[in-house]
Write a protein that binds this ligand. Structure first.
Ligand SMILES: Cc1cc2nc3c(=O)[nH]c(=O)nc-3n(C[C@H](O)[C@H](O)[C@H](O)COP(=O)(O)O)c2cc1C
Length: 184
């Protein structure tokens, strides 16, 4: 099986002014739907925003440093509530949030597979996102994702281009993986 989507997936910031076809979007949704979750709770709720008026309102909710994302044809809010958690007694873990991470990775990889670029963001004003998208108070907004076709660097302002030009780094293998014992 081709492993290229793992290495092609990148969080860049330039988007083409190009809509996403309905069949592409439908294939993407179907892939994300099959993401794994603790006790199969499927706690994620994905709100897809493409209506121009709603996107305009989202400008007031995204951090200024993330305004490049408004050029993407679609913004996604990933939401979940504690009531949909799988609760464990011995070590409280927020599995409903953990599951949203899995669903989000599913979306990022499905997007890459469809030739799209998806970029996760934590830089937004959560109460404003709640207000614009009518999200009930009991739901957290875990992240926003911009979704669309990647554009060239020439479409970016200087500040954003500098961020995009920064090469990604990763911790060394021995900093994040150990074998047979927890050794870090
Ligand atoms: C939960 C989360 C929040 C993030 N928030 C932002 C953000 O607000 N703005 C931004 O430009 N990038 C954001 N990123 C992107 C990360 O900076 C990026 O994933 C990381 O630098 C690794 O780069 P790569 O995704 O291209 O491999 C976020 C990523 C995650 C997973």
């Amino acid at each position: 099986m081709d492993d290229s989507i793992f290495f092609q997936r990148q969080s860049k910031r330039s988007y083409l002014d190009r809509e996403i076809d309905e069949d592409v979007m439908n294939r993407l949704l179907e892939k994300v739907r099959w993401s794994p979750s603790c006790a199969n709770k499927q706690p994620w709720r994905f709100v897809f925003v493409s209506d121009p008026a709603q996107k305009l309102r989202m400008a007031g909710a995204l951090a200024k440093g993330n305004h490049w994302a408004l050029k993407a044809p679609v913004l996604v809010a990933v939401c979940a509530r504690e009531a949909d958690d799988y609760t464990r007694e011995d070590d409280p873990v927020a599995y409903y949030q953990f599951d949203c991470g899995l669903g989000t990775m599913g979306l990022l990889l499905a997007a890459t597979h469809e030739g799209l670029m998806a970029h996760t963001m934590a830089g937004y004003d959560a109460p404003k996102v709640h207000e614009v998208l009518d999200i009930p108070e009991e739901y957290h907004v875990l992240c926003m994702i911009s979704l669309g076709y990647q554009g060239g660097m020439d479409l970016l302002d200087d500040e954003t281009r500098k961020k995009d030009e920064a090469t990604g780094t990763r911790k060394e293998l021995n900093e994040i993986f150990s074998f047979d014992r927890f050794e870090f």
